[in-house]
Write a protein that binds this ligand. Structure first.
Ligand code: NAD
Ligand code: UDP
Length: 339
């Protein structure tokens, strides 16, 4: 039996593929390569010495999916494929609704036709919206995400919930990620954003490497310890290990399950910058800039439910995350393209 990993050549997907292979699973990756390269999969092949079937295709393409499900016996689908830039989603909302929401609809239609009902979905803490006291627990009502990307995640959560109330025996996990960062400790796979990074960690890496002059801190007047935004950063390897636990857990019964994947601890932008300086030994120039539209002051998880129900807990701390992000950055200054 195969595990299908959609978006498997992307940042989180490639780490997932590594963990699944190590756990003994046979893998098929489906990715249209709109935000990644097959080089990441080649790297995973190299470090594991294992076989990975790769299909270049789109989750919106029913023909590709039908062929894939008829050619291979798939037991589980881990659905990472989608677009993830908040700014881009504001400029091109239809692109986001089509890729993320319509893509999930087509994927689920193909799964149902093939009799595959186990699905783990990459959701986000953004579905909680703003205004809740921290930490965020799964029992809180979802809120109003401030951008089309976040709304696409919330819509998908709602449509997947509807599936679990339908005639088919769906077993679905909604995994709400906090802030995944870091890289596999080998430095062989990692985050490789195209163009100017939107996220803090890859930006810091490029400043440390001298590729960019300084990082803008988006807001220093938040009601936090030092005025800068606070986030629950989670090591990408901890995150993918959480998926392995969730995949096993949903086999026990049908229905919808929701788990936060976070550490339960928040760090400010300044704390992250100082940690990066300490670990890399590089000076990171920064300047204060206005708040970024759509950002919340602080966000961290209550990870208790995943600990209780999945026996999963993030093991790696901020130093480990930054050390591994920096190691990847140093070994691959220009990502996968030029080594
Ligand atoms: P990523 O862009 O590196 O990976 C997504 C992959 O999906 C890419 O390889 C891309 O080529 C592929 N893809 C996109 N649209 C596709 C389509 N229509 N058909 C087939 N393949 C397609 O992003 P990531 O950081 O690895 O994120 C993976 C998932 O996790 C995404 O759904 C994202 O929204 C979600 N997520 C990410 C974060 C984060 O901070 N990285 C946080 C919360 C949730
Ligand atoms: N941030 C920043 N400068 C940057 C990128 C991000 O100050 O160049 C801040 C952002 O405002 C937030 C935190 O860093 O407080 C994490 O942002 P990121 O984009 O990495 O993740 P998000 O929480 O938005 O998903």
């Amino acid at each position: 039996m195969f595990v299908l990993v959609t978006g498997g050549s992307g940042y989180i997907g490639s780490h997932m593929v590594f963990s699944l292979l190590e756990a003994g699973h046979d893998i098929i990756v489906l990715d249209n390569l709109c935000n990644s390269s097959e080089l990441s999969i080649n790297r995973v092949r190299e470090i594991t010495g294992k076989k990975i079937l790769f299909v270049q295709g789109d989750v919106r393409d029913r023909k590709v999916l039908n062929k894939l499900f008829s050619d291979y016996d798939v037991s589980d689908v881990l659905h990472f494929a989608g677009l993830k830039s908040v700014g881009e989603s504001c400029c091109h909302p239809l692109m986001y609704y089509e890729s993320n929401v319509a893509g999930t609809v087509v994927l689920c239609q193909a799964m149902a036709a093939a009799g595959v009902f186990n699905l783990v979905f990459s959701s986000s803490a953004t579905v909680y919206g703003d205004g809740h006291p921290m930490p965020l627990h799964e029992t809180l009502p979802t809120g109003s995400p401030t951008n089309p990307y976040g709304r696409s995640k919330l819509m998908i959560e709602m449509l997947l919930e509807d599936l679990t109330d339908s005639v088919h025996p769906w077993s679905i996990a909604l995994l709400r990620y906090f802030n995944p960062i870091g890289a596999h400790e080998s430095g062989v796979i990692g985050e490789d954003p195209l163009g100017v990074p939107n996220n803090l960690l890859p930006y810091l890496g490029q400043v440390a490497m001298g590729r960019r002059e300084c990082v803008s801190i988006f807001g220093n007047d938040y009601p936090t310890l030092d005025g800068t935004g606070v986030r629950d950063y989670i090591h990408v390897m901890d995150l993918v290990e959480g998926h392995l636990c969730a995949m096993q857990a949903i086999h026990k019964s049908s229905g919808l399950r929701v788990w936060n994947l976070g550490t339960g601890r928040g760090y400010s932008v300044l704390e992250v910058i100082h940690t990066y300086e300490k670990i890399s030994g590089c000076n990171i120039a920064y300047r204060m800039a206005p708040r970024r539209p759509g950002d919340v002051a602080a966000c961290w998880a209550d990870p208790g439910l995943a600990a209780k129900e999945l026996g999963w807990k993030a093991k790696r701390g901020l130093n480990d995350m930054v050390r591994d992000a920096w190691y990847w950055q140093k070994k691959n200054p220009y990502g996968y393209q030029i080594s």
